[in-house]
Ligand binder design. Structure first.
Ligand code: FAD
Length: 432
């Protein structure tokens, strides 16, 4: 019997479900949805619980991923895979590597499920690439009326559009088909740079590199810039160096610095200066998913805004003012990434080349004045919040920034007329 209590990764969202279910097939999911609907209840599929919002939270029936390791199918010639929707990304990456395939882009970590990642618009960085949902070529969906639909650009195209980035509001994904590329090696180049130099060259760096991102350490003028480009041959870090950078410095030492910051907030500027100097330059080359994804053991809360690329300078200047004036010590670096415009209805990069600005705070430290201040800055430049990260926007304000918002709601009305998949978060962002 599963524990009805649930908490997300950051521990900032907790709840107790009325029931917990683990159906293995689409038919079993459909039967369960039918029963929940007939009883007037609600149901929520949960992934790996890595959203900072209450997207996966329910006091109705919690549907946990089951049968997530298989079966899966690989069509190597077409570079397509079809996997259970609850498969974690780290397993997906193994399946793909075994077939000499890879996803074109990934985010920072690989713990999320495929369904959870695509449903909230999870993305990595790269000016010529979209987020994970842009790789979805087809899907199987159990709707709120208990129907099982196979959707693709040619079968139920509107349902496909809504469900490939649907914030868990239009149905339960049971299988996802992904368009892949041939496996590739990435060369990582990571080095400190002064903030003014980063801000004045970020557009050139985005154009010249396959993937670029930077971390700015608040109260300092220092950044860590990461550039990843395709390479011919692997040249991995020695194990001791990988351990030193990714485990000891980025997790163990950083965790000590964060705990110190929580206990003695006045030390934060000095601690950030220390962190900014601790990570030195390094280059290495490895299998793409090993370069994209790193372990994240220090727990934090996060808000991330997608802004038009051309507005990044203004957005960043406003963010710096908030850091200086919000009265909250900011112990975590600010992360900036880029993505290409896409056409997914609810994609944060819909219709515009995008820069992502992510703010974090160590768990247990105050964050609200900081995040709310940054949200106000981002709203002024028509920013869109990540669906899986904290924000305070409601349906009316989101409608104004998503041209296809009402098309999405119309499909939701058809697929889930009784709001079987509703929760507090869907009411906040989509209304009743
Ligand atoms: C340490 C950390 C690092 C992160 N890095 C990144 C990053 O680099 N880039 C980025 O964009 N985001 C990042 N995120 C955010 C994360 O990718 C998203 O919040 C993602 O949704 C989490 O996936 P999950 O499997 O945990 O889904 P959950 O958080 O469990 O669920 C998310 C949503 O998906 C829905 N869902 C889950 N399963 C199904 C299903 N089968 N059918 C339909 N809907 C479903 C849920 O109902 C919910 O609405 C990070 C989060 C953390 C904690």
């Amino acid at each position: 019997m599963s524990d009805p209590r649930w908490a997300n990764w950051a521990g900032n969202r907790r709840g107790v479900a009325a029931a917990v279910a683990r159906p293995k097939t689409a038919a079993e999911v459909a039967e369960l949805v039918g029963a929940v609907r007939a009883a007037g209840g609600t149901l929520k599929p949960v992934g790996a619980g890595h959203s900072f919002t209450g997207a996966a939270l329910t006091d109705g029936t919690r549907l946990e991923p089951a049968g997530h390791a298989g079966p899966f199918t690989v069509d190597k010639d077409a570079r397509r895979v079809t996997v259970p929707a609850g498969m974690p990304l780290y397993l997906l990456n193994q399946v793909l590597a075994a077939a000499d395939l890879a996803l074109p882009n990934l985010g920072d970590i690989d713990r999320q499920t495929v369904a959870g990642a695509v449903s909230t618009g999870t993305h990595g960085t790269g000016a010529r690439l979209g987020g994970l949902a842009t790789f979805v070529a087809g899907l199987t969906l159990v709707t709120g009326t208990g129907e099982v639909l196979h959707c693709s650009p040619t079968e139920h195209p509107e349902e496909y559009e809504a469900a490939r980035l649907g914030v868990g509001a239009v149905g339960v994904l049971t299988e996802v088909e992904l368009a892949c590329v041939d496996a590739f090696t990435l060369r990582a180049d990571e080095r400190p740079m002064p903030l003014p130099a980063v801000l004045s060259t970020v557009d050139d760096m985005a154009a010249e590199n396959d993937h670029v991102e930077f971390y700015w350490f608040p109260y300092t003028e220092r950044c860590l810039v990461k550039r990843n480009n395709r390479a011919d041959a692997p040249d991995p870090l020695p194990r001791w160096r990988a351990y030193l950078d990714d485990e000891l410095l980025s997790n163990t030492v950083f965790s000590v610095a964060c705990r110190l910051a929580r206990r003695a907030p006045a030390l934060v500027p000095r601690l950030n200066g220390f962190s900014a100097h601790a990570l030195g330059a390094r280059t290495y080359a490895d299998r793409s998913d090993r370069v994209f994804c790193t372990p994240r053991r220090v727990r934090f809360v996060e808000m991330e805004y997608a802004v038009p690329r051309a507005a990044l300078g203004d957005a960043f200047a406003g963010l710096r003012r908030v850091v200086d004036t919000c009265g909250v010590p900011v112990a975590f670096p600010v992360e900036v990434r880029v993505a290409a415009a896409d056409d997914l209805w609810l994609s944060t990069a819909h219709g515009r080349d995008t820069a992502y600005v992510a703010v974090h705070q160590y768990v247990g430290m105050p964050y609200e004045p900081y995040f709310r201040g940054v949200e106000a800055v981002m709203r002024d430049v028509d920013g869109r919040p990540h669906w899986g990260k904290m924000h305070w926007r409601d349906a009316d304000s989101l409608r104004a920034t998503y041209p296809r918002f009402d098309d999405f709601l119309a499909v939701r009305d058809r697929l889930d007329p009784d709001r079987v998949f509703a929760n507090e978060y869907t009411r906040q962002v989509f209304g009743d």
